[in-house]
Design a protein around this ligand. Structure first.
Ligand SMILES: [Ca+2]
Ligand SMILES: [Ca+2]
Length: 230
């Protein structure tokens, strides 16, 4: 399962994503995470991965008709083996159905989302390491696929966000979430009686009132991950 990559150490992760390195090589610019965000990424706890907003191809925090336009352009570019359109910061965010391909099925899905609302809300958070993403808009990092009884870290990445101006609440599923004293992270506790296949959904409300949902499927306990976070 690809999400097993979530259990790589953060050093491998940052190198593997090519996010910080690519941005650094390109020099300062609007397309790269801020210095503070890079610092937050490099100091993440082992196993945490930065999340992007699914459908937010330009990484502006909103999933709207501009992303629809970019996705359509991206599909055409890939079909013609042309370069990725300049406005697309996160190709992975265009894989709405999570099948690791960017195609018309994703466009149809985005159309269905936007048929009901001009901006998708709450937007979903996700992580897919096999597709490129500059993560300029990433505001939170988390472990993925926690196991029953496990306590995992959820970390706010953007310097302007704290546990006081962000609301994180369990929307559904067998877990609880509590802010830590550092003001930048939470402990998400999976209930002991949770079963593999259960789903915990965490709803984040940012100071601008935008909402984002993180869905965490419960996995089988893994001997490698248990000692570190229990
Ligand atoms: Ca957008
Ligand atoms: Ca897809």
């Amino acid at each position: 399962m690809l999400r097993l990559a979530a259990y790589l150490s953060i050093g491998c992760l940052v190198a593997g994503l090519g996010v910080a390195r690519t941005a650094a090589a390109a020099g300062p610019g609007a397309d790269e995470p801020s210095a503070a965000a890079k610092q937050a990424l490099s100091s993440l706890e082992e196993g945490s991965v930065p999340l992007y907003v699914l459908g937010d191809l330009n990484q502006d925090g909103r999933v709207d008709k501009e992303d629809r336009r970019l996705l359509s352009d991206l599909i055409a570019a890939r079909a013609n083996r042309a370069p990725t359109p300049a406005g697309v910061k996160c190709v992975a965010a265009g894989d709405l159905n999570l099948d690791r391909a960017i195609d018309r099925e994703d466009l149809a899905m985005l159309d269905s989302w936007l048929a009901k609302q001009s901006e998708v809300s709450p937007a979903a958070l996700d992580y897919e390491p096999s597709l490129p993403c500059r993560l300029t808009g990433a505001f939170v990092a988390s472990w993925l696929d926690p196991s029953p009884g496990q306590k995992i870290p959820v970390t706010l990445l953007r310097p302007d966000l704290t546990t006081r101006n962000v609301t994180a609440a369990i929307k559904s599923g067998p877990g609880t979430i509590q802010s830590r004293a550092d003001g930048k992270s939470y402990d998400l506790q999976v209930n002991d009686k949770a079963k593999p296949g259960d789903l915990i959904v965490v709803l984040f409300t940012l100071p601008n009132q935008r909402q984002y949902a993180l869905s965490l499927p419960i996995s089988q306990p893994s001997p490698a991950q248990f000692p570190k976070h229990r």
